[in-house]
Design a protein around this ligand. Structure first.
Ligand code: ZN
Length: 320
């Protein structure tokens, strides 16, 4: 097959997605998918990723010799130089070398990045970030991930953690966040925060159609259930989501004031599922930010959905 290809792997808490990606067009020519299993043997994780890579190559009618390399994006903290997944709470692993064993297995260059970074790379190259030099991507789902793109490249900061808007403190005496600190934006504007708010209100006796679709003990709620409830005019869900969107708007206003990007791309399960959430967050961000940048900033939704990750992961190979 003509063109340059690489395999991108999106290694998340619930699934491993892989795709053979045309590096010039972003087109996918073969995909593979498996559930992420909580495993104790590190070798099993690598074998499982390798099998998803094989699956995508087989679907594309290719072998490892037809591609330039493998890029992996993992939902956690990574050491890019060493290709090691340092810590991933949702996957249940730590200090897991990924790039080197896979490079050996396939005899190909292999690069590692994190999930937010790969989704951003995908959007910048082939999605909502085209023709824009300064932008910030913000993904809202179970948590809030964010990435800064400056002069067309990802800005990582001195030790690689730049852009953690989810852990900007918006209330010094506020709720505890998953990171251990108190009052982080993520604890107020993520889907997890919305679910917690709804569970607390239901326990207090509030009435809502969402009662049947929420796991009351774990506080798990799908974005689709939220958007269905909003469409049906459910007051409890509407107020929980509009409150969360106000908080996200506050965080975005800080991004605008501090960095003054040309564009903010919003993505992730909550944004994809709920126009209501997107609309309210954007409205509050514009109201709260300084007047000139607030007027000029472009708010757009991410375009690549579930595939941003695999496309962006494949692009990591270009840097090798
Ligand atoms: Zn935090």
């Amino acid at each position: 097959m003509a063109g340059r290809y690489a395999v991108g792997v999106d290694f998340g808490g619930t699934k491993i997605l892989a795709a053979v990606v045309n590096l010039e067009t972003g087109r996918l020519v073969g995909t593979g998918k498996k559930k992420t299993r909580q495993v104790h043997e590190q070798e099993d994780v690598i074998k499982r990723i390798a099998s998803v890579v094989d699956e995508s190559l087989a679907e594309a009618g290719m072998t490892a010799r037809d591609i330039e390399g493998i890029g992996i994006g993992a939902a956690g903290q990574v050491n890019r130089e060493k290709g090691v997944l340092v810590f991933a709470a949702n996957i249940g692993v730590s200090d897991l070398p990924l790039a080197q064993p896979l490079a050996q297995m396939f005899q190909l260059p292999c690069a590692l990045g994190n999930d937010v970074e790969i989704a951003t790379l995908g959007e910048v190259q082939f999605g909502a970030g085209r023709r824009c030099d300064s932008l910030v991507c913000v993904f809202v789902g179970t948590g809030i991930g964010s990435c800064i793109v400056h002069d067309g490249t990802i800005y990582r900061g001195a030790s690689g953690s730049a852009g953690e808007i989810g852990h900007v403190v918006i209330d010094p005496f506020g709720r505890q966040c998953g990171c251990g600190a108190f009052g982080c934006l993520e604890a107020y504007a993520s889907r997890t925060a919305i679910a917690k708010h709804i569970v607390a209100e239901l326990k207090r006796g509030a009435d809502s159609m969402i009662r049947d679709r929420i796991d009351m003990t774990k506080g798990i709620l799908r974005s689709k259930a939220i958007s269905d409830a909003i469409e049906a005019g459910d007051d409890l869900v509407k107020s929980a989501v509009s409150q969360a969107a106000q908080f996200l708007g506050l965080g975005l206003a800080s991004v605008i004031n501090f960095y003054n990007p040309q564009r903010i791309i919003l993505g992730g399960g909550m944004i994809e599922a709920s126009e209501y959430y997107f609309h309210h967050a954007v409205k509050h961000a514009r109201q709260r930010a300084l007047r000139v940048p607030a007027r000029k900033i472009e708010f757009v939704k991410a375009e690549l959905g579930d595939y941003a990750g695999v496309i962006g992961a494949a692009l990591l190979v270009k840097g090798k």
